[in-house]
Structure formats: C-alpha cells, structure tokens
Design a protein around this ligand. Structure first.
Ligand SMILES: [Zn+2]
Length: 598
C-alpha cells in the first residue's frame, strides 16, 4: 500500500468515526436512554486524552450512549478543575449530556466507610464537594453511599437513648437538606439532584436512608437494579428483585424514578449481566446507567503487543438494548399484585422477590392500597399500627386479603384473632406431600414449614401439607377464613424463603390462582418462571430455570391468540371454562414477549 492511499484511508476512517459518533448522540434508543458512570479515579485518568479517546471508542462502538456521569468525589479524592473541564468538553463534543456524580465515602474499600454526619469536619468537607460539583453541573447524582454506618464516639453521644435506626433516619434527612440540597441550590439555582438508592431496601432505615422524606425533597430518585448472583453473593438477591425494586421505587416517587443502574460485580457468568439489564428495562426504566467506565473498558492485547480498545460488556449491553428497544414501546404500564410495605419496615426480608420468582407478578407500594381487590401482606406490614383495622375494612368491602404466616405470627394477640382465631404454634414441621381440591403433589425434597393451628369448621385449608413420614398430621400451606363479605387467606412461607422454589408446580398454581386472581393472565409452571404483566394485554414470561420446560399460560377467555413480539410466532389458546390456556416452551435464561393478537 502506498503512502497516499494509506493517508486517504486514515482520513476516511476518521470521517466515519466522526460521523458515527456524531450520529450516535442524542436520543439513540427509542424507549430509554443509556448513561455511563465514571468514578473519580477514572475521571482523574481523563487528564490523558488517549485514555479518554480509547475508552470512549471501546464503549461507543457497541452502545448508543446518551449521557455520561463524571464523578467529582469518592474516598475523599476530588478531581481537579482542569481535568474535569477537559472531560466535560470531550463528552459534550460527542453530543452527550454531561452530569456530575458524588460518592459520599471516606474509604469504600474499608467496609464502605461512610462520612460521619455527627462530625463537623466531615460535614464541611461534603458541603464543599457538593458546592464544587453544583458549580460544574446542572444535574448531579449521589451514588449508593448517602447513608451512614458510623459508630464513632460522637455518633454514640449524639444518638443518646434513641435506636440507631431512629437516630440515623433523622440525621440523614437533615444532612440531605442542609449539606446537599441547600448548598447545591445556592451554588447553582438550576441544579437538579438525584439520590440513587442501592438494592437493599428492607434495611435502609437501619443506616439512615429515609425513603419517606428524601424522595419528597430530592428532584429525582434512582434505582440500584444490580442484583448479582442469587446464590453465591452475601445478599442472595433473587433475579426478579431487579425488576420489582424499580417498580417499588417508582411507586415511592411516581414519575420521579430516573432510572436503573447495573454493574458487572459479583457475576459468575455474563448471562447474568445481560439479564440484569433487560429486567431493568422490563420495569420501564427511562434511563439505564452502566457502572462504570473502568468495568466497561477492557482493552485487548493484539498480536503486535499493542492494546486495542474493546469492551465485551458494552458489546453484550448493546445487543440487549437493541433487542429490548424493539418491543419496549409495545409494553403498557406494569401491573401486579399489590403488596404493602410501610416506610421503614422490614420482616420476611425481600420476600416479594421470591414470590416474583414463583410466578406471582409483584407490585410493592408504600401506602396501603385500599382500592385493590386483592392485597398481599407480608410481615413488613406489622409496622403499620392500624393494619388489622385496614384488613377488616377490605374484608367488609368484599375484597380479599392474603397474609403470610410471618405476618400472622406478628399479629397474634394484636387483633388478628378478631378476624379469625388461628395459632402460629411455633413448631416447625417437615413436609414433601401436598393435597387440595383436585390436587395431589410431591416435592423432591423435604421442606420445613411453620405449623398453623385452626379450629375445625371455622376456617378451611385450601392446600394442605402432610407433615410426618407417616403422613398422619398436616398443616395448611394456603388457608382461608371468611369474614364479613370478604375472605382472608393465610399463605405459609417455608422457614427458608428459598424453599418456595421446591413447592410442586400444582401447589404454586393453586397459590397463584388465589393471589393473582385479579390479573388477566396467570402461569401454570414450576418455580423460577416469572411473569411480567402490563395493562395492555401484553406480558413477558421469563425462565430462570436451568432446564427447558413446558409452561401453561392461562388468560381471560377473551384472549384467543397470542403473538410473540420478538419472533412473530403465534399461539392459539384452548378454552377451559372461562379461561384460555396456551402451552409453550421456555428455555433457560430466556424470555418471551407476548401480546394478545386480534
Ligand atoms: Zn460518627
């Protein structure tokens, strides 16, 4: 190749690069925006133009990025103005929205050491960081760490006789107002501030995340939908959690949940990374943030020893975004079984995610959903002191209330007996055989469940568990009790929540038929097949199982045919009473997007 041709080719390549990145800017995917987050460590590195160019080339070749978050502070490190200006200019030149990020850690690698909000010096430091960031950006996001785990002597003294939860809830509410919102607005009246919450909502109150007050004064909230490995991670967050947490936070601040946020931490395989992305989008997140540029940018060594910019994660993300963008616009508003979680509550932690994994579409709400025909209440509902009265009112209105065995235990002697006299005996029994009307099923393993005692002919077993090897004793798995014009159900939760997955498909179907009775679609399937339902006769069935299996989809009779929005394939239903039944296969780690066909 002679020199002039080579020069010409370089020019063409440069033009193509300029054209394609210019073209990529703006609203790239039709149904959501994509953002990339950069920690202060990498923002500092952006002093080197080659780093910036290469990292951007690696990511933008696969993903259409709309926004970049440039972090100004983490672990007491603050980026210098000159480097920040250079990075801002670079990304603005690519047509991206540029926003700031702040991580309020002293030392992330020391068990996530947070700021001490009882310490005037720490407070002054954080306020300075906020002011600096607000002078630079009209939009700022606080990463996961705006909580406190500090138990220094100052904090111990300031806490006094209050519980840590009480102390920290008040402390962080105040810190959010006086160290973040007020100084930021003073430095930049146009600034909008988003607080990003991590994935552990049942424990927020213990560390001061205040879901009751903060979403009211922060401009937006944001959702950590990174759930990592459901087995080999300390958190054991189930895959469905990545969907239900986004919906929950949307219900906490309707219209104000800015997006979902996924990282590549704690994964055994890349399929899980892709899955976290699409689950976030199934929840209808308007923006998805990829954390972070360091995880994304993985240069590859070439034969000549030089490094080529590449990003395996971005390639995967780009594939997922392209596919989901093809049908996301067809999904209506997500709906599910309303389950009430009062502010600052816990109990049967993250049970909603496990219930989602057994095929019950979940919709967690922070206010009691009195309008719902069926309400599901877990132990967390005990934090509402008026809960028994609320249950009674639903039943008197002719509605259904399903309570878990954990809530029954918590409300014993606290008024639930006014509705039905049941006893959570405190004995744990083992079962593997179940029966009910038209139902007889065995599980492959023993399941430990709490025993519930009831009065013969006062309330009734819907599904029973046989509880000794001789099968001569039993206890309800699903129990019903009439009260006024309604029915109260008690759903027995195994002693280990994950044992819900061991319940036979027929038992799960009986549970879904009661809990999901108001939905136009239900599943007849084994556990670990989830259903995502939208209000426009469109829904998604996803298998988290390790093998392929048959799933029956049962809909209202009016739906005669279903169309797969990805493959175009059509399914024809078979009538069964007032329902329509569709049979299909689901492969492991895959989903089908189905819509009623005309
Ligand atoms: Zn402290």
């Amino acid at each position: 190749m002679n020199a002039s041709i080579a020069r010409w080719m370089v020019l063409v390549v440069m033009l193509l690069v300029t054209w394609s990145t210019g073209f990529a800017a703006g609203n790239n995917y039709k149904n959501f925006d994509v953002a990339v987050y950069c920690r202060v460590y990498e923002v500092r590195q952006m002093k080197d133009p080659a780093y910036l160019e290469n990292a951007w080339a690696a990511i933008s070749k696969h993903v259409k990025v709309d926004k970049i978050y440039l972090e100004t502070h983490r672990d007491t490190i603050v980026v210098d103005q000159e480097t920040l200006d250079q990075a801002k200019k670079f990304f603005e030149g690519k047509g991206l929205k540029v926003a700031g990020g702040i991580t309020a850690t002293i030392n992330e690698s020391n068990q996530f050491e947070t700021y001490c909000y009882s310490n005037p010096e720490h407070r002054r430091k954080l306020q300075e960081v906020v002011e600096f960031t607000a002078r630079n950006f009209d939009e700022i996001i606080l990463d996961d760490f705006f909580f406190t785990s500090c138990k220094c002597d100052l904090c111990i003294r300031a806490k006094g006789n209050r519980s840590w939860t009480e102390y920290r809830l008040g402390l962080m509410d105040e810190a959010g107002r006086s160290l973040v919102m007020k100084p930021a607005r003073a430095a930049n009246p146009n600034v909008k501030i988003t607080i990003k919450y991590p994935n552990w909502y049942d424990h927020f109150q213990n560390l001061g995340f205040n879901l009751e007050t903060e979403p009211k004064y922060f401009d937006k909230i944001y959702t950590g939908t990174e759930t990592r490995d459901p087995v080999y991670s300390n958190q054991h967050l189930q895959q469905y959690h990545g969907y239900s947490i986004f919906r929950y936070f949307e219900n906490v601040k309707p219209g104000g949940n800015g997006g979902g946020w996924v990282d590549s931490g704690g994964l055994r395989n890349l399929d899980r990374y892709a899955e976290q992305l699409w689950l976030t989008l199934f929840a209808k997140a308007p923006e998805i943030t990829l954390f972070d540029i360091r995880q994304l940018y993985q240069p590859i060594r070439q034969e000549d020893g030089s490094m080529a910019p590449e990003s395996e994660l971005a390639r995967l993300a780009g594939y997922v975004f392209q596919q989901v963008d093809g049908f996301a616009g067809r999904l209506g508003r997500p709906i599910g079984v309303k389950t009430y979680k009062p502010y600052h509550s816990s109990g049967e932690d993250f049970l909603a995610s496990y219930l989602g994994m057994i095929g019950i579409p979940m919709d967690i709400v922070p206010e009691f959903p009195a309008e719902a025909q069926t309400v599901l209440l877990t132990e967390a509902a005990k934090y509402d002191p008026t809960i028994v009265d609320r249950i009674k009112r639903q039943l008197q209105d002719g509605k259904h209330v399903v309570i878990t065995s954990g809530l029954l235990k918590a409300l014993q002697g606290k008024g639930i007996e006014d509705i039905v006299e049941l006893e959570y005996t405190g004995r744990t029994v083992s079962t593997r055989e179940f029966f009910g009307r038209g139902l007889s099923a065995r599980s492959e393993t023993d399941i430990l469940i709490p025993e519930i005692r009831y009065a013969t002919n006062d309330s009734w077993e819907v599904v029973s568990a046989l509880t000794s090897p001789s099968r001569t004793t039993g206890t309800p798995i699903l129990h019903s009790a009439r009260y006024s014009k309604g029915v109260l159900y008690v759903l027995t939760i195994p002693q280990a929540q994950g044992d819900l997955y061991s319940l036979p498909a027929d038992v799960l179907t009986a549970i879904r038929n009661v809990v999901g009775r108001d939905l136009y679609v239900r599943l007849e399937a084994p556990s670990q097949v989830s259903l995502f339902v939208y209000d426009n006769d469109t829904f998604i069935v996803e298998s988290f199982r390790e093998s392929t299996g048959t799933v029956r989809i049962v809909t209202d009779r009016r739906i005669a045919r279903l169309r797969d929005l990805v493959t175009g394939r059509e399914l024809t239903g078979q009538p069964r009473g007032d329902r329509m039944v569709f049979e299909t296969f689901v492969r492991p780690g895959s989903y089908s997007v189905l819509s009623a066909a005309q």
